[in-house]
Write a protein that binds this ligand. Structure first.
Ligand SMILES: [Zn+2]
Length: 234
């Protein structure tokens, strides 16, 4: 780390503009990506949580070819998440574990395992790096390219273009990853169990009278509809 910083400062001084800025930005982007990829806080959270040891979940992990540890965190919402691109940790909230039946929990865990297996965190990092990285790199080297527009206008165009493109792609792709993880998961668990788990999570999102009116959160509604029509995914 010290060597990297030292080399960066040396190069920053030696390289002419705009290459020095280009280099500094890309080193920064690389470090940020590695932090996102590893999620150093996950280890601490795992240390403060209870490891969940369920034989069926171990079997599920083996069948799905995933190497991950499952932890129960003391949070009062219904949730499950997976962190780290190497896929070491899956966190489930205490409330989720209490609320769901074992088969339903298997469905939720299979979904998280699917995120690991399909390398979704890595793909999210790459999406950010490619779109934002390209935008900023272009903005930095604007002065050495011969555009007819003013330098600042071109810079704004590249930066805002990259940010807007990223927001759009992130929305579409992250949602696609959720559907993809669901479809992958139900190759290993009964789809009805995953659906009933989602419906239980839904009932926590709305108050009882909303549920009586048959209200389903739009995201859950779409996920359930997709799960019913997965078929072709592998
Ligand atoms: Zn997910």
């Amino acid at each position: 780390m010290t060597a990297t910083i030292g080399a960066s400062i040396f190069l920053f001084v030696c390289l002419p503009e705009p290459w020095n800025y280009l280099m500094i930005f890309n080193i920064f982007l690389l470090i940020a990506s590695l932090i996102w990829y590893e999620v150093p806080g996950a280890k601490k959270l795992a240390a403060r949580s209870t490891k969940l040891k369920v034989k069926d979940l171990d079997i599920l992990a083996k069948r799905m070819g995933v190497n991950a540890e499952i932890y129960v965190v003391d949070l009062q919402n219904l949730g499950a998440f997976q962190v780290g691109a190497k896929g070491k940790y899956v966190f489930l909230t205490k409330k989720l574990v209490k609320t769901l039946k074992k088969e339903e929990l298997m469905g939720v865990v299979a979904h998280e395992f699917a995120h690991i297996k399909l390398r979704h965190v890595l793909k999210k990092v790459l999406l950010f790096d490619v779109v934002i990285g390209t935008g900023v790199n272009m903005a930095i080297i604007v002065p050495i390219m011969n555009f007819s527009l003013d330098v600042n206008a071109m810079r704004a165009l590249f930066l805002w273009g990259a940010i807007l493109l990223y927001i759009l792609l992130r929305h579409v792709i992250w949602q696609y990853f959720e559907y993809r993880a669901d479809c992958y998961a139900i190759e290993f668990v009964d789809k009805e169990h995953l659906i009933s788990a989602l419906m239980k999570i839904n009932s926590m999102l709305y108050s009882a009278n909303f549920i009586e009116k048959g209200r389903v959160h739009p995201i859950i509604k779409r996920r359930v509809a997709k799960i019913k029509n997965c078929g072709g995914y592998g």
